[in-house]
Design a protein around this ligand. Structure first.
Ligand code: NAD
Length: 359
């Protein structure tokens, strides 16, 4: 048996976590779920939104499926998600975006994977606030060493991109492509403008690509990439991007395939991985057995792939695709009319998926 931590989250989290656990188990993957809590519900009991037992369980097992968590306001916790990501050094964010028949969308044949670098770039958190002494000192130094001057009343965010960080993420993208039998990796950048950060990213991407002659490689400038994704998304396969562009293009690609209801995700590092839906905890639907469990169930597909349970992953994904395509046992958000009285609840949709798996 493989131990996997199941973080049940809050808001809609516990109900979609239960639905997902049942669907994954129906494929008989040999997973032993270790239940753990995080979020606002446990905060009242434990005094922290992320109890030590939960962190210990994730560290011990190295693999977790995590339901959404409300970001607690005013607790000193910037975000539990960011904390877990840093603790486990989860440097890769994986977001497959695939068209499923029956999901309303402008496009019908998309099968893209966005691989986003998770630790560097403008999201590294190195910020200088307007008017602070450090900021003034930095501006003075920069103005002394550059012809171009920065205005005194500027705020500054630093954009570090390293050789080591870029090698890791680009290799990750190629390894993923190879394992999942994908054909092409596209590295996205703005190297024509930011020569020393994005330029480095592009140079390193090209070097790493040479290690993978079996997979096609190309690069695109990020603005052109956005236009191409809208005009001819079928030309692309695996995209690898620095943190900020990755954040923006993940949402663009999720939009291409019909939005949050079917957008799974994973954060992966060398020491472990956390699988989670892209959407949040939708607190207004907490406890109502109403919302769509598919994004977390499809994150379960990614979990199975990660555990090298490829057959089980295919079985689960096919079952989800079949239930969505039939459009009968689906939640309200997947019906053409959101008030359709024939919409089923979260657990009933999971039942329909399990029925398909059992054949
Ligand atoms: P949200 O994703 O929770 O909700 C946005 C909209 O989508 C809402 O209308 C919601 O009802 C709907 N929605 C979300 N998931 C759905 C589902 N499975 N089925 C049907 N409809 C669904 O975003 P929000 O309202 O901005 O955030 C709520 C809380 O979740 C915040 O505290 C935020 O910080 C947190 N959050 C957590 C994560 C995470 O844990 N990974 C991710 C995003 C947001």
């Amino acid at each position: 048996m493989i131990n996997v931590t199941l973080i049940t989250g809050d808001g809609i989290g516990p109900q979609i976590a239960e639905a997902t656990r049942r669907c994954v188990d129906a494929t008989n993957p040999g997973i032993n779920w270790e239940l753990a809590q995080a979020g606002v519900d446990i905060m009242e009991k434990a005094g922290t939104p992320l109890p030590k037992e939960t962190i210990d369980s994730v560290r011990k097992n190295g693999v977790a499926l995590k339901a959404p968590i409300t970001t607690p306001v005013g607790t000193g916790f910037r975000s539990i998600n960011v904390f877990l990501r840093q603790q486990l050094e989860l440097y890769a964010c994986l977001r497959p975006c695939k068209s499923y028949k029956g999901v309303r969308s402008r496009y019908s044949d998309i099968d893209l994977v966005v691989v986003r670098e998770n630790t560097e770039d403008l999201y590294a958190g190195i910020e200088f606030e307007k008017g602070k002494d450090d900021t003034t000192e930095l501006i003075n130094w920069l103005n002394k060493h550059n012809e171009r001057k920065i205005r005194d009343d500027s705020g500054i965010s630093i954009k570090p991109i390293s050789v080591a960080g870029t090698q890791k993420i680009v290799r990750f993208a190629f390894e993923y492509a190879r394992k999942q039998k994908r054909k092409k990796v596209t590295s996205v950048h703005k190297a024509n403008i930011m020569k020393f950060s994005d330029g480095l990213w592009l140079d390193v991407s090209r070097e790493v690509a040479k290690e993978y002659p079996d997979i096609e490689f190309e690069d695109r400038i990020v603005d052109n990439m956005c236009m191409q994704l809208i005009q001819k998304p079928e030309l692309y396969d695996v995209l690898v991007l620095p943190n900020l562009y990755g954040d923006i293009l993940s949402d663009l690609c999720a939009g291409l395939v019909g939005g949050l209801g079917v957008a799974p995700g994973a954060n992966i590092g060398d020491k472990g991985a956390i699988f989670e839906a892209t959407h949040g905890s939708a607190p207004k639907y907490a406890g109502q057995n109403k919302v769509n469990p598919c994004a977390l169930i499809l994150s379960g597909v990614l979990l199975l792939q990660y555990l090298d349970k490829q057959e089980e992953a295919k079985m689960l994904e096919q079952a989800v695709a079949d239930v969505i395509a039939e459009g009968k046992y689906v939640t309200y958000d997947m019906k053409p009319d959101r008030n359709d009285p024939t919409a089923v609840g979260t657990s009933e949709m999971a039942d329909a998926i399990i029925e398909k798996i059992k054949g």
